[in-house]
Design a protein around this ligand. Sequence first.
Ligand code: NAD
Length: 495
Amino acid sequence: MNLKCPLFINGQFIETLDKQNIINPSTGKVIAEVSLASAKEVELALASCREAFDHGPWPQFSLIQRKEFIFKIAQGILDNAAGLAQLEMQNTGKPIKETTFMDIPSSAKTFDFMANNFINYLDAEDTHLLEDAKAKLIREPLGVVVLIIPWNYPLLIACWKLASALAAGNTVILKPSSLTPLTALELAKIINNAGVPAGVVNVINAPGVKIGELLCADKRVDMISFTGSNEVGRQILQYSSKNVKKLTMELGGKSASLVFGDTDLDVAVNSSLVSIFLNQGQMCTAMSRIFVQESIYEKFVASFVQKARALKLGLADDSQTQMGPLISDAQRKKVVAYIEKAKAEGAKVLCGGKIPEQAELKNGYFFEPTVLADVSAHSHIFKEEVFGPVVLIHKFSGSDEAVSLANSVDFGLAACIWTSDLFLAQELAKKLNAGTIWINTYGMFYNQLPYGGFKQSGFGKELGREGFLEYTRIKNVILDQSNEGKPLVNYWYGF
Ligand code: NAD
């Protein structure tokens, strides 16, 4: 272990006395020592972020000016792509192929996209109010924004939020998960090298239970953009109610895939494997419930189970690895507990369900890809998010039944439809209660498209025009033009 990571506050890299070890989930070994923020560093970050917004140049710059800095951040990510991919792989246990080709390049692209595409939305807009008055609608940055990030896509989700918030002219405090702060703290160096003014971006690290309330209840914060679990989301709603502020909440999911009898079986099986086992199933949009039409159910299950058994579990730094470890021992225990509960409620384990026995995996937090059948729609595993490599496969006969099963849980994040009948697919897309619907594909995220869930999966959007506009506020400015300078309002008092 040789990596030491300071916090980044008001343009300074700050070492604290209180430190935390960061573990590589593939090996269980310590890979870095990170400074931990206390109330003192939280206060520093809040004060500097507020000051940078109220008196600094960043919100006053035009987007064309801010673009210069934002492009440098994107370029800095690309220049350091190999190192960042290694760091993300070591910190999260994601296979190196995923961090290299997905997390890091996508993070850079989001900065480019957000800086390039929404300039017109920041222009003031004239609105004609007959002859009485002239009005302008002015779109402004919101102010100080706290960005709270989970551990499953640490750099990518941070960049989705940062790119939009910075392009819109806000100043931010970024709080990564204390399990995975390494790439966010590395990004702080890139942001500093890009010349972003002091206080515009602050990166602090500490467990949420320790500093969450200090950050989220503070009057100086105008918005909290949160991605994480429903439990913590609810806590943040409570904290923020002390001093009203804008919130966006990207929470959990229990997404469903609907596989129809007329689909290409191989494609549906292969893509469905990716849709649950990518990132070890630790995805908010994991398709953890697969509903298969009865005409192909037996064939689908046989092929899916055979291929799930053949997935290559391995250390995250091996380019042949298809599934790495879970993020922590605690997460693995949570997965085991869900499987035990599912079995007690009548589920049958078709494959997996246990810790692998290979010697080279024994120090990491690995878990076998697990397929369950005979799961009751009333059981815990059917309704609750596991956030691990566990999927249930369930039979349906007609499309109404499939939609009703898919919609029967409290979440509404995403869904997949597999069929060659594109008319049917479009009709079902309207009926599914989820913020993203993929037809004959899975997991395609585009910077152009707003992403976010319904129901208990949260509110607000990331990405796209709507994602950008979340980080702005609109002000209307009215100029009276009636009665040659005598405002119409005076009429009410007879002036
Ligand atoms: P988590 O809720 O435990 O933690 C998320 C973040 O909140 C971390 O930075 C954590 O330190 C912080 N936090 C914890 N307690 C806090 C508190 N009291 N106040 C303020 N902040 C606090 O989630 P996780 O385990 O890191 O991530 C997994 C969860 O995230 C899953 O439920 C998953 O579905 C969800 N998720 C959702 C999306 C989406 O887009 N909807 C994307 C990724 C992950």
